[in-house]
Design a protein around this ligand. Structure first.
Ligand code: 5GP
Ligand code: ZN
Length: 113
């Protein structure tokens, strides 16, 4: 398996973990775009949001519950944050293992470039 996020899940590539359970992993982005920038991924290799279907969709709600817990722990729940999923080439996805970015602790601009 050549997927770098699968290697992060297996521990083959080290990461700064924030949260882990049997279904998901949260870890800090190696190249942060905000003072708080972490990623939440399913442990299962799901390529992108295009692969979400009735069978695997429960992972999405679980990821959002985990994000809710982590933003409280990191104290950005009151000041606000942004959850981003980049999908495919035009969406700017560079790692083909679905992930949700969580960015916070700065005034994020809108719209994105
Ligand atoms: P994308 O551009 O696909 O939405 O986001 C991929 C993200 O993964 C980027 O923000 C990038 O900095 C991060 N990333 C890529 N390789 C690694 C890695 O080996 N470790 C960590 N922690 N983050 C990575
Ligand atoms: Zn993967």
């Amino acid at each position: 398996m050549s997927c770098i996020f699968c290697k992060i899940v297996s521990g083959e590539i080290p990461s700064k973990k924030l949260y882990e359970d049997d279904k998901v992993l949260a870890f800090y982005d190696i190249s942060p775009e905000a003072p708080v920038h972490f990623l939440v991924i399913p442990k299962e290799h799901i390529k992108s949001a295009n692969e979400i279907n009735e069978e695997n969709a429960s992972i999405i709600s679980h990821i959002f519950v985990v994000i809710n817990k982590l933003v409280k722990e990191l104290n950005i729940n009151e000041t606000g944050y942004r959850i981003v999923n980049n999908c495919g080439k035009d969406g700017g996805q560079t790692v083909d293992h679905m992930h949700f970015h969580v960015l916070g602790q700065r005034d994020l601009k809108w719209p994105p470039g």
